[in-house]
Design a protein around this ligand. Structure first.
Ligand code: ATP
Ligand code: MG
Length: 565
């Protein structure tokens, strides 16, 4: 598999849009473009689905067409209404709209049943009494043909009778299937008398107990496309081998000829896209839930602080191709930084606070200093930040014994407090048990208010700070990749992806301070904490206690890769 990196990064040419344009030129569907996004409601959507959503809705939008949202709900055992609701919310959040075209494959069950009857009548389908295992065993292999089912030549009348009784619930699960009568020697295994219906006495999230036979994906998808008169049915590469069957059903039924076109699914480094595995992570409590900010789910990204704009930009940049690839997650983060840099208001906070006392600053004085909200966006204006004798700074901004290139605070050193004054470290106290600094004593130069010295003297370091008198105590959660390896599936024999889970993917800091302007920040609000990254208020925050998720750090690894390349 190719990796999208600095050398092959440029936009991929979009062969799907080329096909659509050619169809429009030739007048194939009178210039009509109609796509659909067809999730199975058996889990939450992830960033891979976002690629498909952006493609389907994007193509429709670009060519003045329509895109439907259709739930592909043919498997009652794994599907739930909770997933339906989450999918609706997530597609909306991404910025797409289907007007009144919300459909369910289960709405077509009666039509599909009638079509199955039609195929039986035409001798193109039969009821087969082989078990699932026997069907598999007689299917043959890639190099050898399959063998015909002994039930293949059942008379039409008998097939009709049995199929009706299958529907009526006379037979047990798995005892019979309806199969298409195509060709047990076909080179494409999907054409070797594929199963169309299976018996399953299970309640469906929408049809309840109305049905005890359910159509397979293959006998549902193309027909649903056809019912909705979908012109371009875009799906991922694993369905390429199913296309001949997709076409066979459409032809045999003589219905609207939707065209299936396959594209490569999205894979991302340091995470996984399989719904089954994501469900395992949730069930086994490796994460706090589907919307855990470490999850690649849309709701996880949202909780983490991602913007829909950043996700859409990412999907545009990775483009569409026919070749499977793995995209560096750094590109996703890069798109996010670009977006947040433009729109996130700046603020100051200390994640691992260290006390600074300014000896020559009046005990009870508090000044309101001017701070710019977003240097990238003058319309964001300015705010006041309180300054006082005692401050919190970042622990890493003081070193007792600094190396050469360290320009922050150290004994005898002068630095600038962002939007504040120059301060000089005159002394510090350490904790006798750990030897670590716990309090820094400084003096300030009152002439440097705003961050410049009238005598023109320079300082090399500028650090952020919060007034201890006015600081708001908060919790901050820092995240790292969920997995330690770019490909979590890369494991030693006898192990599985779980062995690559990153034990340090979540770090909770419970004694942080932020400036008072954030006191009333609402869940979902995003900020750049100066020098620390982008942060977003977690929905679990209460009026008493704010929780911030670090959305992404400021260090742009993607930009670095680009430079090196
Ligand atoms: P399942 O294993 O349950 O089939 P799925 O990821 O294929 O999972 P669907 O709900 O069937 O889930 O997917 C809906 C649509 O999203 C399909 O058209 C599918 O091709 C597309 N899709 C799913 N995963 C990706 C991905 N990683 N990249 C791009 N498109 C995807
Ligand atoms: Mg699928």
């Amino acid at each position: 598999m190719a990796t999208i990196n600095s050398t092959n990064y440029p936009y991929s040419t979009d062969f799907i849009r080329a096909i659509v344009e050619e169809d429009n030129r030739s007048g194939k569907h009178d210039g009509r473009v109609h796509t659909r996004f067809p999730p199975e409601p058996n889990g939450y959507l992830h960033i891979g689905h976002a690629k498909s959503i952006c493609l389907n809705f994007g193509v429709a939008r670009q060519y003045g067409g329509l895109c439907n949202l259709r739930f592909d709900d043919t498997n009652p055992c794994k599907e739930e209404d909770e997933y339906v609701q989450s999918i609706i919310e997530d597609v909306r959040w991404l910025g797409f709209d289907w007007d009144d075209r919300l459909f369910y494959a289960s709405d077509y069950f009666e039509q599909l049943y009638q079509w199955a009857v039609k195929l039986i009548k035409e001798g193109k389908a039969y009821v087969c009494d082989l078990t699932a295992d026997e069907v598999r065993e007689t299917r043959g292999t890639l190099t050898s043909p399959g063998t015909n089912s002994p039930y293949r030549d059942r008379p039409v009348e008998e097939n009709l009778d049995l199929f009706e009784r299958m529907r009526a619930g006379e037979f047990s699960d798995g005892s019979r299937t309806l199969r298409a009568k195509i060709d047990m020697a076909a080179a494409n295994l999907n054409l070797r008398d594929p199963v169309m219906y299976r018996i399953l006495h299970a309640s469906h999230h929408r049809t309840g107990d109305k049905w005890c036979i359910y159509p397979t994906y293959d006998f549902t998808h193309g027909q649903s496309d056809s019912i909705e008169r979908i012109t371009h049915s875009l799906c991922t590469l694993e369905f390429e081998n199913h296309r001949p069957l997709y076409d066979w059903y459409i032809q045999a039924l003589g219905i609207f000829p939707s065209r299936q076109i396959e594209f490569a699914r999205l894979n991302l480094t340091y995470t996984m896209m399989s719904k089954r595995r994501l469900l395992e992570l949730v069930k086994e409590k490796h994460v706090a839930g589907w919307d855990d900010p470490r999850m690649p789910t849309i709701c996880g990204l949202r909780r983490r602080g991602y913007t829909p704009e950043a996700v859409r930009e990412f999907c545009a940049r990775i483009g569409i191709s026919k070749v499977d690839s793995t995209v560096d997650v750094a590109l996703l983060e890069h798109c996010l930084r670009e977006d947040l840099n433009r729109r996130a208001p700046r603020a100051m906070g200390a994640l691992r606070p260290l006390k600074v006392v300014i000896d020559n600053y009046p005990e009870d004085q508090i000044e309101e200093l001017d701070a710019i909200n977003n240097p990238e966006d003058p319309s964001a204006g300015a705010r006041k930040v309180p300054f006082s004798r005692e401050l919190w700074i970042e622990r890493s901004d003081f070193l007792e014994d600094p190396p050469k290139k360290y320009f922050r605070l150290a004994p005898g050193r002068e630095v600038r407090l962002r939007y504040g004054y120059f301060i000089t470290c005159v002394d510090f106290k350490t904790d006798p048990s750990t030897g670590k600094p716990v309090e820094i004593r400084c003096t300030y130069d009152p002439a440097t208010r705003g961050g410049n010295a009238p005598d023109g003297r320079k300082v090399k370091g500028t650090i952020h700070w919060v007034s201890a008198a006015r600081a708001v105590p908060v919790e901050v959660r820092l995240y790292d990749h969920l997995f330690t390896k770019p490909d979590p599936g890369d494991v030693a024999e006898g192990e599985d992806y779980r062995s690559n889970l990153n034990p340090n993917s979540l770090e909770r800091l419970t004694d942080c301070y932020v400036e008072p302007s954030l006191r009333d920040a609402a869940p979902g609000e995003r900020f750049q904490f100066e020098r620390l990254g982008y942060f977003c208020v977690d929905p679990d925050s209460t009026a008493e206690r704010l929780i911030f998720n670090r959305t992404v750090s400021l260090v742009d690894t993607w930009a670095k890769i680009q430079k090196k390349g």
